[in-house]
Ligand binder design. Structure first.
Ligand code: DWN
Ligand code: SAH
Ligand code: ZN
Length: 405
């Protein structure tokens, strides 16, 4: 059933373009003995006819997703550790004695670098468990959801920020107006708000529909971000394509008039207009390709089960919740998934109830096939797991389409 839903940016009307059905919380890994019923919501995607922002049709209350038991650890990938160290280096080379605020600092993977270098900083992180890990490595952290009131308090105690940074966090926040109001309050006159999130263009191009789940409320593009920022006196002054997490864009906002817009912004805006990046028809075609991926993946796994081949999953990602629940894949098709995150091990995947084991289970013995749910970390994982291929194992990938390699 389609109901009228308003855009969270401009109150325009949303047109539904994709429906991934009933979905659980993507990071709610369950202990096997859990008796309480699971929380489900309807994962459907709409596009705003007025401002072109692509967004979920239904919002999950934030405390259900982000709490003391939030399991995702940003430091779990060596490539991501290097990526965030690189950002910290850049901040230190471009600014002298800056005050840096990070929204969603998680376990301190970026801010740890600044803390060690003695740079003045503050992390705002509502998920207590990961925030404690950040604090343990010397990061100054405030365990709250960033919003406009929190920004006023930080401004009053610490003064204006030179850099406000948010990686894989702004797109998680349906009440983004309050965040941008807060940024406008906290940012110094010459300051920048830098954020990076999965890019709509890459998600559509790669049919990476698993980038859509409860926590990923918005799918940004340069056009929609530029329109989103304007009412808060902020301008999009730079964009940078990033290869991490399957294709992202790093957006830089500054106060209106403070900086010139780079050529890269003009080029990306022109590119998006030429491609019709947020056209409802293109997004419906994307949803059709996602359905093909579902059918092909289920057919492949069913055939492997019939042949008696052994299959495991690799990486109990938040993204995998969308794939597993949309495809109706359970332990009958994938008996277990390995993951390095201790807090996920011994638990079951949300909704699909596949057991999660430590990485040692992968080689004990190697399965015939492994479904790469952490496909965004493919290079890192392939390097680490060369012996799997040497032992005759084959990877099953589903981005950009289902293939065995
Ligand atoms: O946006 C978000 C991103 C940044 O992180 C959050 N909403 C939630 C989370 O999404 P995800 O779980 O899809 O992220 P990753 O980084 O794709 O998750 C990788 C998973 O795979 C982690 O559970 C760790 C695990 N892993 C592993 O078992 N072996 C990862 C690597 C690199 C490995 O070698
Ligand atoms: N920046 C990290 C973490 C991404 S996961 C990385 O790129 O790997 C998203 C994080 O945003 C979670 O740790 C979650 O607790 C946090 N978050 C969610 N809402 C927030 C808000 N309103 N303010 C600050 N952090 C928030
Ligand atoms: Zn809108």
């Amino acid at each position: 059933m389609e109901i009228d839903v308003c855009c969270r940016i401009c109150s325009g009307r949303l047109e539904q373009v994709a429906d991934f059905g009933r979905q659980p919380l993507s990071d709610a890994f369950r202990v096997p003995a859990e008796q309480r019923a699971e929380f489900f919501f309807r994962l459907a995607v709409g596009v705003c006819g007025s401002c072109s922002m692509v967004q979920l049709m239904e919002e999950v209350p934030r405390d259900r997703m982000f709490h003391d038991g939030y399991p995702y650890l940003s430091s779990g990938s060596s490539v991501m550790r290097a990526h965030f160290a690189g950002f910290a280096e850049r901040v230190m080379s471009e600014w002298s004695d800056p005050f840096v605020v990070e929204l969603g600092c998680n376990d301190g993977v970026m801010l740890g670098n600044l803390a060690r270098a003695g740079v003045r900083h503050l992390g705002v992180e509502p998920s207590g468990g990961v925030a404690d890990r950040a604090a343990a490595q010397g990061v100054r952290v405030c365990k709250e959801f960033f919003e406009s009131g929190v920004a006023e308090r930080i401004r009053a105690t610490d003064g204006p920020a030179d850099v406000i940074y948010a990686a894989n966090t702004l797109c998680h926040i349906p009440y983004v107006g309050s965040i941008l109001r807060g940024v406008a309050t906290l940012l110094g006159p010459e300051g920048v708000f830098v954020f990076e999130d999965p890019y709509l263009g890459d998600v559509v191009r790669l049919t990476s529909f698993d980038q859509i789940y409860d926590e990923h409320f918005f799918l940004f593009s340069a056009g929609s971000v530029q329109r989103m920022a304007a009412p808060y006196g902020l301008e999009l002054v730079d964009v940078e394509r990033l290869a991490v997490h399957g294709g992202e864009v790093r957006y830089t906002l500054a106060r209106k008039g403070a900086r010139d817009q780079s050529a890269a912004v003009r080029e990306l805006l022109a590119d998006e207009a030429a491609q019709g990046i947020a056209d409802a028809a293109a997004l419906r075609a994307f949803a059709g390709r996602a359905a093909d991926t579902r059918d092909r993946l289920v057919a492949l796994l069913t055939e492997l089960r019939e042949r008696g081949a052994s299959v495991a999953g690799y990486g109990a990602t938040a993204k995998s919740a969308t794939v597993l629940n949309y495809c109706g894949i359970g332990p009958d098709l994938i008996p277990f998934i390995v993951d390095t995150t201790q807090a996920k091990q011994g638990r079951l995947t949300p909704g699909s109830h596949i057991p999660i084991r430590g990485p040692e289970a992968f080689r004990d013995p190697y399965p015939d096939y492994a479904v790469l749910f952490a496909w965004n970390h493919a290079a890192e994982i392939m390097t680490k797991e060369q012996e799997f291929r040497e032992a005759g194992g084959q990877w099953i990938r589903y981005v950009p389409e289902v293939h065995v390699a």
